[in-house]
Design a protein around this ligand. Structure first.
Ligand code: ADP
Ligand code: ASP
Ligand code: MG
Length: 410
């Protein structure tokens, strides 16, 4: 039984016609003799609409109930998908996360997949049915429905490919693959034939929506090859591949990302002594608040420091609450600034080629864009600028790095 895992995102099943087209793809694979497990997301904007609905009933909805609500979106997707397959004369069945044996741990709304009991899934596949599995959800030990965080259907797909011991996972989306920048924002962005898992992880972490970062981590760990491709065009997309030797010693920028979903958090006037950074980060970690770009520079005044970082806007209030008692104790101030954008260049070999970072800062300066924060590693340079300049920065950098031209790649 050669199993193929396919995943259709929300935009790919946004209306009845699109669901039918997606079902055609699964049916064609089944008719070619493959056993087909299809992970389906909530159609269109349904997850966002459910979130809005919840917030109209309760400003801070309870997370268990939120999971119960959000999971219904994917249930709509799978049942319609299975109906469409059956209407094409191919047996199909839909399974919720719980029915598919997806067991989760961790907190509601950002649960982790602990294991997948594949018994039922395999029985259905062996019986020749296309199995439509609800993305983004699982069930806790206590039989509560839990969701995996936004974009979590990608994670479901990769985890299923791992559990079903097939190493093939096709991610169908509204783009033709992974591009040098979001093609909705940069018209000359170019589709990459291949990108390494390492680069994809950085790109996803920098805010490129196309793949959820945790799914890439799991794919890397378990050797799953991912093919990101269009739900509406037949041609091949982008393969996310392991790092190849041939890239050794080369330095280049592969792609750019723009993230406007975060706020900048500044903790100022913190005493310059051991343990202070730890206490700031621990306060955030205890509440599972995600952070990126943690920066503390040399003290500007004797004995006093500032720690800055980025956190998703949706966690801003929680972060302020988490830091308030600590700030009082330390005599520090917490400042949260919205209206900022993170612009990142992702690639390889940046450490030994500071010219790559210099070009980024030069380009932003040429466009009179002020940089509020910089963090660089060997694989990524991220800057924080005013949100109003985000798109300009992205397009200017795309040009400056010559990303529209075909690169010599390994
Ligand atoms: P799905 O609903 O299929 O999960 P998403 O909306 O989560 O799709 O992800 C696809 C979107 O990711 C695209 O519509 C595109 O705007 C955005 N995107 C951001 N960066 C990139 C990139 N580098 N390459 C391709 N798409 C990108
Ligand atoms: N429906 C969920 C979301 O919108 C999961 C996904 O689409 O991957 O985040
Ligand atoms: Mg997605």
């Amino acid at each position: 039984m050669r199993i193929l895992v396919m995943k259709f995102g929300g935009t790919s099943v946004a209306d009845p016609e699109k669901i039918q087209r997606a079902a055609d793809r699964a049916v064609a694979a089944r008719r070619r003799g493959r056993s087909v497990a299809v992970v389906v997301s909530a159609p269109g904007e349904m997850t966002d609409e459910l979130l809005t609905l919840a917030r109209r009933v309760a400003p801070e909805p309870d997370h268990r109930e939120l999971d119960q609500l959000l999971a219904t979106g994917e249930q709509v997707g799978i049942s319609l998908f299975a109906m469409a397959c059956r209407a094409r004369g191919v047996p199909a069945v839909s399974l919720t996360g719980a029915q598919a044996g997806i067991e989760t741990g961790g907190a509601h709304t950002r649960a982790q997949i602990v294991r997948i009991r594949t018994g039922k899934l395999l029985r259905e596949l062996k019986a020749g049915r296309i199995v439509a599995v609800a993305g983004f959800q699982g069930v806790t030990e206590d039989q509560d429905v839990a969701t995996l965080g936004r974009g979590g259907s990608d994670l479901t797909a990769v985890a299923l490919a791992t559990a079903l011991r097939t190493r093939e996972c096709e991610i169908y989306s509204d783009v033709k693959g992974v591009y040098t920048a979001d093609p909705r924002l940069v018209s000359e962005a170019r589709r990459l034939d291949r990108i390494t898992g390492e680069e994809m992880l950085e790109l996803a972490g920098a805010g490129a929506q196309v793949m959820q970062p945790r799914s890439i981590e799991v794919a890397e760990r378990f050797g799953v090859s991912i093919h990101v491709r269009s739900a509406f065009h037949p041609q091949p997309g982008t393969w996310i591949v392991p790092k190849g030797d041939t890239m050794l010693e080369k330095a280049f920028v592969s792609a750019l990302a723009l993230d406007k979903s975060e706020v900048r958090l500044n903790v100022t006037d913190v005493p310059d002594r051991p343990g202070v950074a730890a206490s700031v980060l621990s306060a955030l970690a205890e509440r599972h608040i995600p952070v990126d770009m943690i920066v503390q520079s040399a003290p500007s005044r004797a004995g006093v420091n500032a720690i800055s970082l980025m956190t998703p806007r949706s966690f801003a209030a929680k972060a302020r609450e988490a830091l308030a008692p600590l700030a009082r104790r330390l005599g520090a101030a917490v400042d949260i600034r919205d209206g900022v954008a993170k612009v990142s260049a992702v690639g390889t070999g940046f450490r030994h080629h500071p010219g790559i970072a210099a070009r980024m800062f030069d380009t932003l300066a040429e466009h009179k864009i002020n940089i509020h924060m910089i963090v660089a590693s060997d694989l990524r340079i991220s800057t924080v600028v005013d949100a109003a300049h985000g798109e300009t920065a992205l397009r200017a950098l795309h040009k400056a790095y010559g990303l529209a031209r075909k690169k010599r790649r390994a």
